[in-house]
Design a protein around this ligand. Sequence first.
Ligand code: SF4
Length: 284
Amino acid sequence: MRFRVLEVNITTALSRSGLPDLDYALNPYIGCSHGCLYCYAKEYTRFSEVAENWGWVVVVKRNLLDVLAKEVKRVRRGVVGLGTITDAYQPIEALYKLSRKAIELLAVNGFSISIQTKSSLILRDLDVLKRYSKQIDVGFTITSTKIDSEMRVLEPFSSPPMARIEALKRLAREGIKTWVFYGPIVPGFNDDLEEIAEVLQIAKEIGSAVYFDKLRVKKFMWRNSLLAELAKKSLEYNWGRFMDRVFALCQELGVECRYGFEYAEEGASVEHYKTLDEYISRPQ
Ligand code: SF4
């Protein structure tokens, strides 16, 4: 399949976010060439070409910065989630620089920016991130610490595990507030407690909190044999018992951990984190 880039004009850049810790969402691109097999975001795009060819078609919001420049003067200041249903630092950002310029625009106008990525390309913008570090936090999705991780099958085109970890450490060293998202946890792929302990150790070293989320079962997964198999495993998995062990590790190592699913309802005493489902399906 050939990778395709389309460009569109938009009328709105910022959308209201349903998350308590985000006021707005900003997605410079529609679709994501990281092409993670499990990606839920494809269910929330109105571009069928993007959804049906996930990872191979990306739409660039070409007038994003013009529209955003007007909006930042008009709307109330708040926290903007950059890349909530796309990766704002997927490879095409190297060319368009929409995320970089949007961060500058938002920060200069008094907004805070929360970025979640799987890409070490974010290091290109270290100068901007440092300049506005009081207004910025960066979360890295880290799903493995192994070079030959099986997660690469599910995340074929994002930065490899060590590149993400090194980028995360670098950001922390440079004084950027960081956090780790360990998810989705896929039974048999990245539910090894020794590996999770390694991630917690890294988080401890750099003072990051860690968020956990299980593989959520979505309709599209039943159309792919590998995903269907994993979805079935996730449905049968004893998540309560697993998370008990994970949180015992968090306590042992003194790392702040939160989770992204219904674990709280099962009696856990840790703080409840908004579910990824709610995160993705919030009004855009
Ligand atoms: S990096 Fe995120 S948005 Fe991109 S395909 Fe993977 S899960 Fe989806």
